[in-house]
Design a protein around this ligand. Structure first.
Ligand code: HH2
Length: 259
């Protein structure tokens, strides 16, 4: 899953793709580099970020979704917590809703059920503005697993079939570096939820802490995480650096398939 943030303030690619022309070009580039999904977001959710209105989010993403969904032969997903944005995006051609709040707004399940879209349910403790203020867990893997299991059941109760769902433990969302590393080490634990598992480690702060590196300088760190996840059978990774991730995954798949 390639990341396309149509925002002025995303932590890594903020301001790069606010111009729809450039955003569309970057979406095409990521698919040429091997992305199977292009994930389009119109609101930064970096720690401490301020929310934007639904209409602002729609204005940012819609022109890009309209053009990319007809130009690409891979699905486009909309990265939003707002049912109104999800609804407009799906109407414009997005076929997956990536909700970092795990369907917190009850209307989100209605939008997804009625549109027939896929749904990514991610774990986040609190909200982006405050989530990094001393996050605490007794057992982060057990607590995130149990939350995701409950959200899968809630989505199914709301009429969304299991084969339209995907879960994501939410690297960096209300978690310390130590919590993130534990979730990555135990990534296999989420497979028993019987839906595809997605991780979004790309250029995130825990890599900055480990490597003492700025976001642009976290590509090898991200690629190492992608290699780890692919070797443990995780189904999807959400990344900025698609070419590097695709190459790593191809090599790991070849090794895994060799008898
Ligand atoms: N991370 C970000 C945004 N959306 N969605 C999923 N499913 N998983 C993630 O880990 C995830 C996500 C944050 O990263 P990014 O989009 O690069 O930055 P920003 O929120 O500043 O736009």
């Amino acid at each position: 899953m390639g990341i396309l943030n149509v925002t002025p303030d995303s932590f890594s690619d903020g301001g790069e793709f606010l111009d729809p022309e450039r955003a569309v070009e970057h979406g095409r580039r990521m698919v040429a580099d091997g992305a199977d999904i292009v994930d389009i977001g119109g609101e930064s959710t970096r720690p401490g970020s301020e929310p934007v209105s639904a209409s602002e989010e729609v204005d940012r993403v819609l022109p890009v979704i309209e053009r990319l969904s007809s130009a690409l032969d891979v699905p486009v997903s909309i990265d939003t917590m707002k049912p109104d944005v999800a609804s407009a995006a799906v109407e414009a051609g997005a076929s997956i809703v990536n909700d970092i709040s795990g369907g917190r707004d009850p209307k989100m399940f209605d939008v997804v059920r009625e549109s027939g879209a896929g749904l990514v349910l991610m774990h986040m403790r609190g909200d982006p503005k405050t989530m990094q203020e001393e996050p605490r867990y007794e057992d982060v893997v057990r607590e995130v697993h149990s939350y995701l299991r409950d959200r899968v059941l809630a989505a199914m109760d709301a009429g969304i079939e299991r084969d339209r769902l995907c879960v994501d433990p939410g690297i960096g969302f209300g978690k310390t570096a130590e919590h993130n590393l534990r979730l990555l080490n135990h990534c296999f634990a989420f497979r028993d939820l019987r839906v595809p598992v997605l991780f979004g480690p790309s250029r995130k702060a825990f890599l900055g802490q480990l490597l003492d590196a700025e976001p642009d300088d976290r590509v090898e760190g991200t690629t190492a995480v992608v290699a780890w996840l692919a070797s443990r059978g995780v189904h999807l990774v959400r990344v900025h650096d698609v070419l590097e991730a695709t190459r790593v995954v191809r090599v790991i798949q070849a090794i895994r398939q060799a008898q």
